[in-house]
Design a binder for this molecule. Structure first.
Ligand code: ASP
Length: 578
């Protein structure tokens, strides 16, 4: 069988006219026309029309066949300009069925929208669909561009272990019991963070890895328990070096996969500014809507809803909706529901709302000035605690852009969120790290860390594009005393610090270079380049939202003997709600 070297079905062109070919592929379509049968023969490269004069009545969709025949130009008028092979057809002289196929559970065609559960159960057939094959090819291309780019800059790829020890990245660990050390567990890496820092102590200087990361997070629509990052770390660098490296990489990726030139350098935005103006730390800049702080306009207001929020230390934020005075009451009510759904108090608006009679004329004028509202515009207002008001306005901004079709499709608006802050408040109101505990604080902010911890800036950055975070990173602490201090500020007892991070702290006493890095998420990058918003489209064998592999049936129960060997006892069997 010479199918490996034979021409591909999908690569035949008009210039192949007259060529004798042997083709191997799957029957993608079949049409019978007055004694002649046409089939589309599909392989990874595409499909070509094959003409059969002696059709085999048994020939069915998805059979694997070998065809020997001659390429010829299609008769005038029957060309198909929509497909790359549309100028030609192959007139078969010989056809051999190599293997048969049951009728597939869904048509192997892009146009057919099959139910996702069935697609995932029969993923091997789903991947046979041209669109999915293209996604895998795109992903392969992304990985190759990354490797070329990093190698050209003398980074070396180092594989770090999958069976490792817990290193915090803000999620739960997946644990693997150890048979040889009963009662002890490996953790799968949430990210190779400590290891890449240790590689800097090793003198590797420029490390990268296309690294699988594992995070046992709660069920969320766009999350996978395992995902892939371009993990990288470099020594003797500052933010500028990381930015230039990553900007160059993204420019190259966009150019070499979808032929788009993106503008570098990317603009930078302070994280506080981002929350104020866009209500999020991953703003979509493909539309102009900007949120304004209205505190200044309402300093002396008698409008009670604003007065009480401002007096209580909250904020009032407004957003002008272009041409928004035509919004119906129903539309406004839907936005109020959206705001409440995000935990906010609701929304007010001027003009035309109940506020009109409570606000003084100069207050209304100031609101318009601060939000840039014109005659036809409506100003939507949220008054709440700062974080709430920002979240609400961020969602409203997004929703307005969507409803009023303000998003400039086809634009790529990259930016850096930088600087950010070292600490944030967790759900219980406790101080926690914003990124991870290895992030380097601004040295000049450390003197006030006790009094105002939330004001300490960090040498950390996120890369954002069109409303998505594509990755984050930071310069790292390399002074063991400073690292210990940060752990203590995070409320970690000394023995815990020694136990969990002792290796890093000890390593830092043996000549540690200043270092920093970042980890862009490859799944998200491929999603953007592939024009899909479903992460499962860009992973060959993904899990469902409830973390299940429907094709192989994982996770699964295991034999009692395996459990016994591991000395693991199962105390409850309860499935999550999917
Ligand atoms: N390890 C970090 C993460 O996964 C990225 C970094 O700081 O380089 O978020």
């Amino acid at each position: 069988m010479s199918g490996y070297t034979a021409p591909h079905c999908g690569s035949l062109r008009a210039s192949d006219d007259g060529r004798e070919v042997e083709l191997y592929g799957w029957v993608a379509r079949r049409r019978d026309h007055g004694g002649v049968t046409f089939i589309d023969l599909r392989d990874r490269w595409g499909a070509v029309q094959v003409v059969l004069r002696h059709a085999d009545a048994q020939l069915r969709l998805e059979y694997v066949v070998r065809v020997r025949g001659k390429v010829s130009l299609r008769p005038k008028g029957s060309e198909n300009p929509k497909i790359a092979t549309g100028q030609v057809e192959v007139v078969a002289e010989e056809l051999e069925v190599i293997s048969e196929s049951e009728p597939p559970p869904f048509p192997i065609e892009d146009a057919e929208e099959a139910d996702e559960k069935t697609r995932l159960e029969y993923r091997y057939l789903d991947l046979r669909r041209p669109r999915m094959t293209r996604m895998l090819q795109l992903r392969n291309r992304v990985n190759r561009v990354i490797r070329d780019y990093m190698e050209e800059r003398e980074f070396i790829e180092v594989e770090t272990p999958i069976l490792t020890r817990s290193s915090p990245s803000g999620a739960r660990d997946f644990l693997v019991p150890s048979r040889l050390h009963p009662g002890e567990f490996y953790a799968l890496p949430q990210a190779p963070q400590m290891l890449k820092q240790l590689l800097m102590v090793s003198g590797i200087q420029r490390y990268y890895q296309i690294a699988r990361c594992f995070r046992d997070e709660n069920l969320r629509a766009d999350r996978q328990p395992e995902f892939t990052q371009l993990d990288l770390e470099m020594s003797f660098c500052d933010e500028e070096d990381v930015f230039a490296l990553v900007e160059g990489l993204f420019a190259r990726l966009w150019k070499e996969t979808i032929g788009v030139d993106i503008a570098v350098p990317f603009p930078r935005l302070d994280i506080k500014e981002s929350f104020l103006r866009y209500g999020t730390d991953k703003p979509d800049l493909r539309y102009a809507l900007e949120i304004a702080d209205l505190g200044e306009a309402l300093g002396d207001t008698r409008a009670v809803i604003f007065r009480s929020v401002l007096d209580g230390g909250g904020v009032v934020r407004g957003l002008a909706v272009p041409g928004g005075r035509d919004m119906s009451r129903r539309e406004l009510d839907e936005l109020v529901t959206l705001a409440k759904g995000a935990g906010g108090q609701g929304l007010a608006w001027v003009p035309g709302g109940t506020l009109d009679k409570h606000l003084a004329a100069d207050e209304v004028a100031a609101i318009k000035r601060l939000t840039g509202a014109g005659e036809a515009d409506l100003v939507l207002i949220a008054a709440d605690r700062r974080r709430k008001a920002e979240t609400v306005m961020g969602l409203v901004r997004q929703e307005i852009a969507r409803r009023r079709k303000l998003i400039r499709e086809g634009e790529w608006r990259f930016l850096w969120i930088n600087p950010t802050y070292l600490f944030e408040e967790d759900d219980q109101g406790h101080l926690t790290y914003a990124h991870h505990p290895f992030t380097r604080p601004f040295a000049e902010d450390m003197p006030f860390v006790e009094e105002r911890p939330y004001d300490v800036r960090a040498h950390a950055y996120d890369i954002v594009c069109n409303g998505y975070e594509l990755g984050g990173g930071s310069l790292r602490i390399y002074d063991p005393a400073m690292q210990e201090r940060v752990f203590q500020l995070l409320g970690m007892p000394l023995d815990l610090i020694r136990e969990r991070f002792g290796t890093l702290l000890t390593a830092f006493t043996y000549g540690v270079p200043p270092h920093g890095g970042i980890a862009p998420g490859i799944d998200r990058i491929v999603m953007m380049l592939g024009g899909t918003d479903n992460i499962r489209d860009v992973i060959a064998f993904p899990k469902t939202q409830s973390m299940a592999d429907l094709m192989l049936g994982a996770p699964s129960e295991v034999d009692q003997s395996q459990l016994d060997e591991l000395q693991v006892k199962v105390v409850a069997r309860k499935k999550p709600d999917s």
